[in-house]
Structure formats: structure tokens, C-alpha cells
Design a protein. Structure first.
Lengths: 114, 110
């Protein structure tokens, strides 16, 4: 069964450093999302991406965050200057189309900012 | 704003039936989804209600009442492997953004 993959599984970085989290969506899916989950808390929406552009973003997704799909396969989330409060599990999710609201989540990248 | 409320914990025994309620406050949700998350794992889709009424998928059923801003997930014939967190999530915006509740931790005991 096709699945969403994410790399790395765990990233440790120092405050102020840039990180890039990578996701390979399911090949025929059209909608892509990033969510984050701080340990023990709920999953929070960050951004949605469709047709090679951001379709919606949350208040969390400020100027320090960016997304792109550079080669038509990978879908990346970049945090330019990490803060301690960025420490969380980051999930990529994809959806086949708009009429089927079933989102497939990747295994996540645990980001630890020290 | 958009918020969803659900109980923080539920405990049940194997073979029993459990209902996890979700109430929401928003004017922008056009559907309610349920996701399961095991410790250390990713959320996995369980069910979706766009219309009022009951949707059944095997041992799991989900219900929605738009007029009451209320839904629930019903798990039947509970198994130990059902021990996990269950999140209700409202669909919002034009691109199916999910707004999650805080999650209900279900513990199934023998």
C-alpha cells in the first residue's frame, strides 16, 4: 500500500539554525499539508499546498517557515531560524483529491531544538 | 474561533462498546473526521461525516449532528489494540484543513 514517507525521523538542531524537513507524498495525491504536534498536545495545522502554491496557512506559519515542492516529488518544510518552541513532531499529510477528505499522514519528524 | 472539545480520557474493557463525544464551536466546519493515533505513531484516518447521521465502518461508527454541533465515535467489540488516542477534527477552508481536538486517550483493559 502506498505511504507517505518523511526524513529524517529525528533532527536535533541548535537554536537559530535552519532545518529542512522532507516528505515524499503518495504519487497521485494532489493536496499536501504540514502539521505539528508538540509533545502531549493536539495536532496543529501549519500549511496546505496545492497546485504548487500555498493554499492556506495558520498563524503559526510565520515568515520563518516556508514550503516548496522543488522536483515534483519531495515536499519540504523549511524553518529558517529555529526557536526552542519549534520543538515538536512535524507530520506531512497528503490527500488524493478534494472530494475525499481522507488525509494520509507520514510517520513524522521529531525536531528537537536545543 | 474554531475549537473542538472531547473528553481527555476514557477507560473500557475488552469486548465492550465505548463512545467518544466531540462538540465543536465554529461556523466554518463542513465535516467532521476522526483519527486514531497510537503512542509514537502518526494519525490514521478512521471516519468522516459530511452529513448528519451515522457512518459505519466495521467496528467503528461515527455520528454527526450539525444542528447540535456534536459528533461521536463509537467503537464496538473493543480490543486491546484499540488503546490509543482518538481525535475529532473539523474540516475547514477550501482545501480540507483539519482542525483537531485535544484528543481522547482510550485505555482498553482485559
Amino acid at each position: 500500500e502506498p505511504e507517505v514517507t518523511q526524513t529524517p525521523s529525528h533532527q536535533v538542531t541548535q537554536m537559530g539554525q535552519e532545518v529542512i524537513l522532507r516528505c515524499v507524498p503518495i504519487s497521485n495525491h494532489l493536496y499536501f499539508y504540514w502539521y505539528r504536534q508538540i509533545l502531549g498536545q493536539k495536532v496543529e495545522f501549519l500549511v496546505s499546498f496545492y497546485n504548487n502554491e500555498i493554499s492556506e496557512k495558520s498563524e503559526i506559519f510565520d515568515d520563518q517557515f516556508s514550503v516548496e515542492r522543488p522536483d515534483g516529488s519531495n515536499f519540504t518544510l523549511k524553518i529558517r531560524s529555529t526557536k526552542l518552541e519549534d520543538s515538536a513532531m512535524y507530520f506531512c499529510a497528503t490527500q488524493p483529491g478534494q472530494t475525499i477528505p481522507e488525509q494520509y499522514f507520514g510517520p513524522g519528524t521529531r525536531l528537537t531544538v536545543t | 474561533g474554531q475549537s473542538l472539545e472531547q473528553p481527555s480520557e476514557v477507560t473500557a474493557v475488552e469486548g465492550a462498546i465505548v463512545q467518544i463525544n466531540c462538540t465543536y464551536q465554529t461556523s466554518g466546519f463542513y465535516g467532521l473526521s476522526w483519527y486514531q493515533q497510537h503512542d509514537g505513531g502518526a494519525p490514521t484516518f478512521l471516519s468522516y461525516n459530511a452529513l448528519d447521521g451515522l457512518e459505519e465502518t466495521g467496528r467503528f461508527s461515527s455520528f454527526l449532528s450539525r444542528s447540535d454541533s456534536y459528533g461521536y465515535l463509537l467503537l464496538q467489540e473493543l480490543q486491546m489494540k484499540d488503546s490509543a488516542s482518538y481525535f475529532c477534527a473539523g474540516l475547514s477552508g477550501g482545501y480540507n484543513k483539519l482542525i483537531f481536538g485535544a484528543g481522547t486517550r482510550l485505555a482498553v483493559h482485559p
